[in-house]
Design a protein around this ligand. Structure first.
Ligand code: SF4
Ligand code: SF4
Length: 283
């Protein structure tokens, strides 16, 4: 089973919730695997202290056009939905920064004029973290725009044991990397805060989850700082609120120092276990 922990925006405490969920379930017969899918700014390691033992580069295939074979038919440019290969008169230009490495252009080229060269865009790392949690993360190279292939390869790289729970900390927002993080999950835990901004972004994240047809539950973090609109929205949409974490100075200070929520307030271990049981009990 894979649970994706996501939020419509950054700064809601998504990683705080995801890491403490993992720590709370670490005492189970098979400890969970934790995946840090926030590949542009991974920070779950600050809470789980993994020792990395394995590393693998992530590369995408960038097309290269053999001008001696090219007849300038334009079929490659037509096939590229990302406009990463274009025709400029008698020239076929490739823009690597826009390329998703899907190789469609090479497949449609009637002259076999396109070959691919690998371009490293990031790295995958894995090892053991606190409490026997298996930990893996993707790290996108600075300046690289393509987070999706790193997240996709991270999901494929880990080999969960039968019945082993995967907890995936998704990037914030609702763009392509978030969709890729959610894709294939059995449940999406959306972390939000009870403010108008939180509600706005929660709506968008719920929409994405609905489009992917994945069940959703909500954690309200910093409960007490705002209004009731998030509660009302969840009620009207039939979204279960699975946990509330109050707005509290001790939590904010502890988290800022890299302390997991369950270290600050050990009573949350049981609450996270109950949260997981509710998810596991869903049909
Ligand atoms: S499809 Fe092949 S032959 Fe046609 S323009 Fe592109 S590279 Fe050249
Ligand atoms: S590999 Fe895919 S994204 Fe890249 S230029 Fe070719 S068609 Fe476009």
């Amino acid at each position: 089973m894979r649970i994706a922990v996501a939020s419509g925006k950054g700064g809601t405490g998504k990683t705080t919730i995801a890491t403490s969920l993992a720590l709370s379930l670490a005492g189970f017969e098979i400890p969970p695997i934790f995946l840090d899918g926030d590949v542009e700014a991974p920070n779950a390691h600050l809470f789980l202290s993994p020792a990395f033992e394995q590393l693998q580069e992530v590369a995408i295939q960038i097309p290269q056009v053999d001008e001696s074979k090219c007849t300038y038919c334009g079929k490659c440019a037509e096939a590229c939905q990302y406009h990463a290969i274009v025709m400029m008169g008698k020239k076929t230009l490739v823009f690597p920064q826009l390329c998703h490495g899907c190789v469609s252009c090479a497949l449609v080229c009637p002259e076999h004029a396109i070959c691919e060269t690998p371009q490293v865009i990031g790295v995958l790392e894995r090892g053991s973290a606190r409490s026997n949690i298996s930990f893996a993360r993707g790290v996108l190279n600075i300046g690289e725009p393509m987070a999706v292939p790193v997240i996709r390869q991270l999901k494929q790289w880990v080999q969960p044991r039968l019945d082993q729970l995967e907890i995936l900390d998704a990037p914030p927002g609702t763009s392509c990397p978030v969709v890729e993080s959610m894709r294939g999950a059995d449940f999406i835990l959306l972390v939000t805060e009870p403010t108008p901004f939180g509600l706005h972004d929660l709506r968008l994240a719920v929409q994405v989850a609905h489009e992917l047809k994945i069940p959703v539950g909500v954690v309200i973090n910093r409960d007490g700082i705002g209004d009731q609109q998030v509660d009302e929205f969840c009620q009207s949409e039939g979204l279960p609120i699975l946990m509330r974490v109050p707005f509290e100075r001790a939590i904010a200070q502890g988290v800022a120092k890299g302390k997991p929520l369950v270290d600050i307030h050990p009573e949350y271990v049981e609450l996270f276990q109950q949260l997981f049981m509710q998810i596991a009990a869903l049909p």
